[in-house]
Design a protein around this ligand. Structure first.
Ligand code: ADP
Ligand code: ZN
Length: 219
């Protein structure tokens, strides 16, 4: 099963991807997480990407395409995967299609999680990430907590650089102008499932699973 999770920053892609990854036992490939790890470890990719990310802009296509090629070639991706954060431009979408046809993949489906922009801005302002494991939390859920419920790290919650208010606006602009066209690209191929992201985590997950089952893709 190959799934591409699509949607605006803050719509809950990462949260849903983690759940589906467990449900279907396929790896969750988050380009954002991979990049943040590279920044933390100051690898060559990290040095190139760090500043771009903190401005809320997109890392160049050639770097991202090379990265995804390497990841998808790994053994753990052979049985399937969930892509979260890629493709984010039509150039990336075309490169991914080419890669898929080279490795004989023709069952990829894009799940579009939708949400109202005002709600998204509120959510991004109110979320915190764990420095250690990258998990995302709603501020009020972790108030007074000292350790991360996911990895146990102490005092590890922080506001991601790109979740700061001035950067959020830019990310949403980039999403509308550069990433939204990716959706039309997939729609023209008829491989899109639409899901409403303005519901509880459990209900959004249910909706995704029902939609996959309806297309006979849940196995
Ligand atoms: P979001 O909450 O916006 O979905 P992500 O964690 O997916 O955040 O990505 C964070 C940042 O990493 C993006 O704003 C961008 O700078 C960079 N990035 C991630 N994936 C890509 C990609 N496919 N192409 C270009 N840049 C990317
Ligand atoms: Zn953690």
């Amino acid at each position: 099963m190959r799934i591409i999770l699509f949607g605006s920053p803050g719509v809950g892609k990462g949260t849903q991807a983690k759940i589906i990854s467990k449900n279907l036992n396929i790896p969750h490939i988050s380009t954002g997480d991979i990049l943040r790890k590279a920044v933390k470890e100051q690898t060559e990719l990290g040095r190139k990407a760090g500043e771009i990310m903190s401005r809320g802009e997109l890392v160049p296509d050639d770097l991202m395409i090379a990265l995804i090629k390497e990841v998808l070639a790994s053994d753990e991706c052979k049985k399937g995967f969930i892509l979260d954060g890629f493709p984010r431009t039509t150039v990336q979408a075309e490169a991914l299609d080419k890669l898929f046809s080279q490795i004989g993949i023709n069952d990829a489906v894009l799940i579009n999680i939708t949400a109202d922009e005002n709600e998204i801005i509120k959510r991004l302002n109110n979320r915190r990430a764990c420095k250690q494991c990258g998990n995302i939390y709603v501020l009020k859920d972790i108030e007074g907590m000292k350790t991360c419920p996911n990895c146990g790290a102490e005092n590890s919650f922080y506001l991601r650089n790109d979740d700061k208010e001035e950067v959020i606006k830019n990310r949403l602009e980039v999403f509308k102008s550069t990433t939204m066209p990716v959706l039309d690209y997939y729609k023209s191929k008829g491989r899109v499932i639409e899901v409403n992201g303005l519901d509880t985590i459990e209900n959004v997950n249910k909706e995704i699973i029902e939609a996959l089952k309806a297309k006979n893709l849940y196995h």
